[in-house]
Design a protein around this ligand. Sequence first.
Ligand code: P6P
Length: 327
Amino acid sequence: MTDRHPTLRRFLTRQAAPIDANLVFLIEDIASACRAIGNTLRNAAFEGAQGSAGAVNVHREDQKKLDLIADDIIARSCENSPDLAALVSEEREAAHWLKTPETGDYLLFYDPLDGSSNIDVNISVGSIFSVARVAEDGDTDVLKPGTDQRCAAYALYGPTMMFVLSLGHGVHGFSCEYGTGDFRLTHPGMSIPEQTSEFAINASRQRFWPVPVRAYVDHCLAGETGPRGRDFNMRWTASMVADVHRILTRGGIFLYPADAENGQAGGKLRLLYEANPMAFLIEQAGGAATLGAERILPLLPESHHQRVPVVLGSAAEVARLAEYHAQ
Ligand code: P6P
């Protein structure tokens, strides 16, 4: 079994293109934090860790106790990683510098517990990670385009706890083995089907949608007798990691557009630690990720917590939506 399901460490240290040892250490520290978060979630009800923390984050969103616990677990697990210079967290206003850019190579952007509104109703949630290198010139500017990412990953705390990772050479899924707690390779080379008949969007926001999105969804809903000539299915878990994992596994298109209500803020999802890592993973799996028409990854961020519209998934459907925007 070891050979068919190598551990994360064996996988990382057996790559054809050798990975910087300090990046391997950082990825292992991230995976250890995810394992600890998964265990904490499992026992949250017994430890009084559910419910609101009675505070709001930088986005004025209600913070769950577990948002703060997960953020603390990640920071403590990674802060001694040999080459990690700074942390940028959804739960913290500013970058947290651990070393100077001259003494550390990596930046870690993360959403410690994405979809946390689902925790108290026991629906899958996740953690999202993006790793980039500090600027060559020692600048402390962390606003780097998603094309600069060295790797992206997420943990999915579902029926199986999984860690899904890309280092720029495909996407690989690791399942946490009950008993040993090891993350072992179970989904090598994840690939998104180009075609799909499944879309994911929060349909309660229909009245706010821009015209191209409204038209796209209406055409899907018209089914076999409509312009698409086939029936579509819809899924929406309100947990980006769960929706993205479903799409990586069986295809689909995920849409969170900027709309009449959230448009002033740029949309809902955050560029640095949600859109960029997920776009990296989706593209590495053969899918596409746009702001509606333009590709997400080249976008130069304007602020740590910048929000952007997100469309990602099966390439043919993402391209079709871009055509609707062009019309
Ligand atoms: P809505 C969770 O809060 C999140 O950031 C993503 O995980 C998810 O895709 C989206 O927001 C859900 O948004 O409007 O359905 O609550």
